[in-house]
Design a protein around this ligand. Structure first.
Ligand SMILES: [Zn+2]
Length: 248
Protein backbone atom coordinates (compact mmCIF):
# COMPACT_ATOMS: atom_id res chain seq x y z
CA UNK A 1 0.00 0.00 0.00
CA UNK A 2 1.17 3.54 -0.72
CA UNK A 3 -0.13 7.14 -0.41
CA UNK A 4 -1.88 8.81 -3.37
CA UNK A 5 -0.56 12.07 -4.81
CA UNK A 6 -2.88 14.99 -5.59
CA UNK A 7 -3.30 14.04 -9.26
CA UNK A 8 -4.18 10.43 -8.44
CA UNK A 9 -6.60 11.43 -5.72
CA UNK A 10 -8.33 13.89 -8.02
CA UNK A 11 -8.66 11.12 -10.65
CA UNK A 12 -10.24 8.69 -8.16
CA UNK A 13 -12.56 11.42 -6.92
CA UNK A 14 -13.71 12.22 -10.46
CA UNK A 15 -14.29 8.55 -11.33
CA UNK A 16 -16.12 8.01 -8.04
CA UNK A 17 -18.52 10.94 -8.37
CA UNK A 18 -21.30 8.91 -9.96
CA UNK A 19 -20.58 5.69 -8.08
CA UNK A 20 -22.35 4.20 -5.05
CA UNK A 21 -20.48 4.45 -1.68
CA UNK A 22 -19.29 0.82 -1.75
CA UNK A 23 -17.69 1.31 -5.17
CA UNK A 24 -15.97 4.52 -4.02
CA UNK A 25 -14.41 2.69 -1.07
CA UNK A 26 -13.11 -0.04 -3.38
CA UNK A 27 -11.74 2.48 -5.90
CA UNK A 28 -9.80 4.28 -3.18
CA UNK A 29 -8.33 1.08 -1.77
CA UNK A 30 -7.49 -0.22 -5.26
CA UNK A 31 -5.73 3.03 -6.23
CA UNK A 32 -3.60 2.90 -3.08
CA UNK A 33 -2.94 -0.86 -3.28
CA UNK A 34 -1.12 -1.52 -6.58
CA UNK A 35 -0.09 -4.93 -5.20
CA UNK A 36 -3.75 -6.11 -5.35
CA UNK A 37 -5.94 -6.54 -8.43
CA UNK A 38 -9.60 -5.44 -8.39
CA UNK A 39 -10.81 -8.92 -7.48
CA UNK A 40 -8.42 -9.17 -4.51
CA UNK A 41 -9.57 -5.76 -3.27
CA UNK A 42 -13.24 -6.87 -3.38
CA UNK A 43 -12.25 -10.01 -1.44
CA UNK A 44 -10.56 -8.14 1.44
CA UNK A 45 -12.60 -8.61 4.60
CA UNK A 46 -14.61 -5.50 5.47
CA UNK A 47 -12.33 -4.82 8.44
CA UNK A 48 -9.14 -5.18 6.39
CA UNK A 49 -10.56 -2.92 3.69
CA UNK A 50 -11.51 -0.30 6.30
CA UNK A 51 -8.08 -0.54 7.96
CA UNK A 52 -6.63 0.42 4.56
CA UNK A 53 -9.05 3.34 4.28
CA UNK A 54 -8.01 4.52 7.77
CA UNK A 55 -4.35 4.30 6.76
CA UNK A 56 -5.07 6.29 3.59
CA UNK A 57 -6.99 8.88 5.61
CA UNK A 58 -4.01 9.24 7.96
CA UNK A 59 -1.63 9.84 5.03
CA UNK A 60 -3.96 12.36 3.39
CA UNK A 61 -5.48 14.34 6.23
CA UNK A 62 -3.78 13.20 9.46
CA UNK A 63 -4.94 10.95 12.25
CA UNK A 64 -7.32 13.27 14.09
CA UNK A 65 -11.01 12.62 13.37
CA UNK A 66 -13.67 15.21 14.12
CA UNK A 67 -17.22 14.00 13.77
CA UNK A 68 -20.79 14.89 14.68
CA UNK A 69 -23.52 12.67 16.10
CA UNK A 70 -27.03 13.31 17.29
CA UNK A 71 -28.17 12.23 20.76
CA UNK A 72 -30.97 9.65 20.28
CA UNK A 73 -32.64 10.86 23.48
CA UNK A 74 -32.71 14.68 23.27
CA UNK A 75 -31.53 15.27 19.67
CA UNK A 76 -28.60 17.45 20.83
CA UNK A 77 -25.78 17.57 18.26
CA UNK A 78 -22.67 16.11 19.86
CA UNK A 79 -19.20 16.66 18.47
CA UNK A 80 -16.75 13.84 19.03
CA UNK A 81 -13.06 13.37 18.39
CA UNK A 82 -11.00 10.29 17.76
CA UNK A 83 -7.68 9.14 16.34
CA UNK A 84 -7.36 6.79 13.38
CA UNK A 85 -4.42 5.23 15.23
CA UNK A 86 -6.77 4.19 18.07
CA UNK A 87 -9.17 2.61 15.58
CA UNK A 88 -6.59 0.67 13.58
CA UNK A 89 -6.33 -1.95 16.28
CA UNK A 90 -4.37 -5.11 15.69
CA UNK A 91 -6.25 -7.60 13.56
CA UNK A 92 -5.35 -11.26 13.25
CA UNK A 93 -2.57 -11.97 10.73
CA UNK A 94 -3.32 -13.90 7.55
CA UNK A 95 -1.47 -17.07 8.56
CA UNK A 96 -3.37 -17.49 11.80
CA UNK A 97 -6.60 -16.41 10.17
CA UNK A 98 -6.72 -19.44 7.85
CA UNK A 99 -6.74 -21.75 10.89
CA UNK A 100 -9.21 -19.58 12.75
CA UNK A 101 -11.97 -19.93 10.19
CA UNK A 102 -13.43 -23.02 11.82
CA UNK A 103 -15.96 -23.04 14.61
CA UNK A 104 -17.51 -25.83 16.63
CA UNK A 105 -20.79 -24.97 18.30
CA UNK A 106 -23.66 -27.19 19.58
CA UNK A 107 -22.16 -30.19 17.78
CA UNK A 108 -21.94 -28.35 14.46
CA UNK A 109 -18.57 -27.99 12.75
CA UNK A 110 -18.57 -24.89 10.61
CA UNK A 111 -16.02 -23.78 8.07
CA UNK A 112 -16.47 -20.16 7.09
CA UNK A 113 -14.83 -17.04 5.63
CA UNK A 114 -15.02 -13.35 6.57
CA UNK A 115 -17.59 -11.07 4.87
CA UNK A 116 -16.13 -8.93 2.08
CA UNK A 117 -17.25 -6.12 -0.24
CA UNK A 118 -18.29 -8.67 -2.88
CA UNK A 119 -20.82 -10.15 -0.40
CA UNK A 120 -22.23 -6.73 0.35
CA UNK A 121 -22.51 -5.87 -3.36
CA UNK A 122 -24.22 -9.20 -4.09
CA UNK A 123 -26.75 -8.78 -1.27
CA UNK A 124 -27.47 -5.16 -2.15
CA UNK A 125 -28.19 -6.20 -5.73
CA UNK A 126 -30.97 -8.62 -4.72
CA UNK A 127 -34.30 -6.92 -5.50
CA UNK A 128 -35.93 -8.12 -2.25
CA UNK A 129 -33.24 -6.36 -0.19
CA UNK A 130 -33.96 -2.92 -1.64
CA UNK A 131 -30.31 -1.84 -1.46
CA UNK A 132 -29.75 -2.70 2.20
CA UNK A 133 -28.00 -5.67 3.79
CA UNK A 134 -29.10 -7.50 6.92
CA UNK A 135 -26.19 -8.64 9.13
CA UNK A 136 -27.63 -12.18 9.35
CA UNK A 137 -27.89 -12.54 5.56
CA UNK A 138 -24.22 -11.56 5.40
CA UNK A 139 -23.26 -14.16 8.04
CA UNK A 140 -25.19 -16.92 6.22
CA UNK A 141 -23.34 -16.18 2.96
CA UNK A 142 -20.03 -16.77 4.70
CA UNK A 143 -20.63 -20.37 5.78
CA UNK A 144 -18.64 -22.58 3.41
CA UNK A 145 -19.58 -25.93 4.94
CA UNK A 146 -21.32 -27.33 8.01
CA UNK A 147 -21.20 -30.86 9.40
CA UNK A 148 -22.90 -32.53 12.32
CA UNK A 149 -22.12 -36.08 13.50
CA UNK A 150 -20.16 -36.66 10.31
CA UNK A 151 -23.02 -35.59 8.04
CA UNK A 152 -23.20 -32.55 5.79
CA UNK A 153 -25.85 -30.05 6.94
CA UNK A 154 -28.21 -27.96 4.87
CA UNK A 155 -26.68 -24.48 5.09
CA UNK A 156 -30.09 -22.83 4.76
CA UNK A 157 -31.37 -24.69 7.84
CA UNK A 158 -28.69 -23.86 10.44
CA UNK A 159 -30.27 -23.07 13.83
CA UNK A 160 -30.26 -19.44 14.96
CA UNK A 161 -28.01 -20.00 18.04
CA UNK A 162 -25.36 -21.52 15.74
CA UNK A 163 -25.55 -18.51 13.42
CA UNK A 164 -25.40 -16.13 16.42
CA UNK A 165 -22.24 -17.85 17.68
CA UNK A 166 -20.74 -17.58 14.20
CA UNK A 167 -21.65 -13.90 14.03
CA UNK A 168 -19.79 -13.29 17.32
CA UNK A 169 -16.77 -15.21 16.09
CA UNK A 170 -16.64 -13.19 12.86
CA UNK A 171 -16.86 -9.99 14.88
CA UNK A 172 -13.85 -11.09 16.96
CA UNK A 173 -11.82 -12.01 13.88
CA UNK A 174 -12.64 -8.84 11.94
CA UNK A 175 -13.16 -6.19 14.64
CA UNK A 176 -12.77 -3.21 12.30
CA UNK A 177 -15.78 -4.28 10.22
CA UNK A 178 -17.94 -2.31 12.62
CA UNK A 179 -16.30 0.60 14.42
CA UNK A 180 -18.34 1.90 17.34
CA UNK A 181 -17.54 4.69 19.78
CA UNK A 182 -19.31 5.26 23.07
CA UNK A 183 -20.61 8.80 23.47
CA UNK A 184 -22.15 10.65 26.41
CA UNK A 185 -24.55 13.51 25.67
CA UNK A 186 -23.44 16.75 27.39
CA UNK A 187 -27.11 17.88 27.63
CA UNK A 188 -28.91 14.85 29.06
CA UNK A 189 -26.03 12.46 30.00
CA UNK A 190 -27.49 9.72 27.80
CA UNK A 191 -24.85 7.15 26.74
CA UNK A 192 -24.94 5.33 23.44
CA UNK A 193 -22.72 3.67 20.83
CA UNK A 194 -22.32 5.55 17.59
CA UNK A 195 -21.14 3.68 14.49
CA UNK A 196 -18.28 5.18 12.51
CA UNK A 197 -18.18 4.48 8.79
CA UNK A 198 -14.74 5.40 7.47
CA UNK A 199 -15.72 5.08 3.80
CA UNK A 200 -18.53 7.67 4.02
CA UNK A 201 -16.50 9.94 6.31
CA UNK A 202 -13.44 9.87 4.06
CA UNK A 203 -15.41 10.47 0.88
CA UNK A 204 -16.97 13.65 2.34
CA UNK A 205 -13.46 14.87 3.17
CA UNK A 206 -12.10 14.00 -0.27
CA UNK A 207 -15.03 15.77 -1.87
CA UNK A 208 -14.34 19.06 -0.07
CA UNK A 209 -10.59 18.65 -0.64
CA UNK A 210 -11.23 18.18 -4.39
CA UNK A 211 -13.44 21.26 -4.57
CA UNK A 212 -10.85 23.35 -2.70
CA UNK A 213 -8.11 22.02 -4.96
CA UNK A 214 -10.00 22.81 -8.16
CA UNK A 215 -10.64 26.36 -6.92
CA UNK A 216 -6.92 26.76 -6.17
CA UNK A 217 -6.03 25.52 -9.65
CA UNK A 218 -8.49 27.98 -11.16
CA UNK A 219 -6.97 30.93 -9.30
CA UNK A 220 -3.33 29.98 -9.81
CA UNK A 221 -3.83 29.15 -13.48
CA UNK A 222 -5.51 32.51 -13.97
CA UNK A 223 -2.77 34.40 -12.12
CA UNK A 224 0.37 32.63 -13.39
CA UNK A 225 -0.74 30.77 -16.52
CA UNK A 226 0.40 27.41 -15.10
CA UNK A 227 -1.22 24.16 -16.25
CA UNK A 228 -3.30 21.94 -13.98
CA UNK A 229 -0.46 19.38 -13.81
CA UNK A 230 2.10 22.04 -12.90
CA UNK A 231 -0.10 23.33 -10.10
CA UNK A 232 -0.85 19.83 -8.77
CA UNK A 233 2.86 19.03 -8.77
CA UNK A 234 3.52 21.90 -6.33
CA UNK A 235 3.79 20.80 -2.72
CA UNK A 236 0.70 21.74 -0.67
CA UNK A 237 2.84 24.30 1.22
CA UNK A 238 4.02 26.07 -1.92
CA UNK A 239 0.53 26.02 -3.42
CA UNK A 240 -0.81 27.65 -0.26
CA UNK A 241 1.90 30.33 -0.27
CA UNK A 242 1.24 31.24 -3.91
CA UNK A 243 -2.49 31.38 -3.20
CA UNK A 244 -1.76 33.82 -0.38
CA UNK A 245 0.18 36.05 -2.80
CA UNK A 246 -2.59 35.96 -5.42
CA UNK A 247 -5.20 37.13 -2.94
CA UNK A 248 -3.11 40.13 -1.85
ZN1 LIG B 1 -29.01 14.02 24.97
Amino acid sequence: MRPLDATELLDVWEQGLNQPPLQRALMLVAAASPELDADAVAKLSIGTRDARLLQLREWMFGSRLLNMAQCPQCAERVEWEGETTDLRIQTIDDNRLAEALNLEVDGYQLHFRLPDSGDIAALMALPQNGGSVSPMALIKRCVISANRQGKTCDLAALPQPVLDALSQRIEQLDPLAEIATELTCPECSHQWDVLFDISTFLWVEINSWAERTLRSIHRLAGAYGWTETEILNLSPVRRQLYLGMVSR
